[in-house]
Design a protein around this ligand. Sequence first.
Ligand SMILES: Nc1ncnc2c1ncn2[C@@H]1O[C@H](COP(=O)(O)OP(=O)(O)OP(=O)(O)O)[C@@H](O)[C@H]1O
Ligand SMILES: [Mg+2]
Length: 257
Amino acid sequence: MAEQVSTNGAPMLRVEGLKRQFGGLMAVNGVSLSVAPGERRAIIGPNGAGKTTLFNLISGELHPSAGRVYLGGEDVTALPNFERARRGLARTFQRNNLFLGLTVRENVRLAVQARRKVASRLWTPVDHLREVGAEADAVLAELGLAEQAHTPVRNLSYGEQRQVEIAIALATRPRVLLLDEPTAGMSPAETTAMTHLVAALPRDMTLLIIEHDMDVVFALADRITVLHYGEVLAEGAPQEVSGDPRVAEVYMGLESA
Ligand SMILES: Nc1ncnc2c1ncn2[C@@H]1O[C@H](COP(=O)(O)OP(=O)(O)OP(=O)(O)O)[C@@H](O)[C@H]1O
Ligand SMILES: [Mg+2]
């Protein structure tokens, strides 16, 4: 599903010394990290640690006060969000970002159409419409959402709505997908369904997942980065990070409190 991944040995995503200040607050304070092609990286940390701000800096929703962002080895720091999307970056947001009055298929079609507009000038209008519909149907089938294709999004359960957000992100056929708390606010059953959906994504797609639910993190992540006050507190394989007493203190301790 993902485009051919070729980074000539470079990390798929690298950030170097990223900083972002809001007034007197250093929301992201010198973060460096490197994510390999096909890696699944969880970003964890307490509320306000800077996780969403880091995603906003990676996707180009925000520009950094200092530092650089590299996508497949290319410095994209100065590029706006849509140029990063063209280069294979997609994301979901912490809150729903859907057209509630449109059907599931219509929402996904709009995303396919937006990508094709920038990606290709070689289609005729009729071919275009047919192909956009076919691509939308393919994404919905991949995610097990075909049955809901013609349901208005506002009639879906919350968990299904969040799945549609992922379908929309996948409609751009990303190489790198950023998921901001995909299970937030979900019931245990919805969380399990979402975990399975993410686990079944193509293995060559690079994933970054902000997630508070440690069961989800352990089910999905190859590596974990822990943010605390805008800085990387720890990074490593799930077993290493969960055994790190500093992490237990600032994060796991809060979870079980
Ligand atoms: N646009 C903004 N303007 C001012 N302050 C902001 C802005 N965005 C984030 N912040 C502040 O930056 C800090 C980091 O916020 P961020 O949303 O990145 O945290 P987070 O780790 O995603 O937290 P959560 O787990 O609650 O989603 C917080 O103190 C937040 O209030
Ligand atoms: Mg957040």
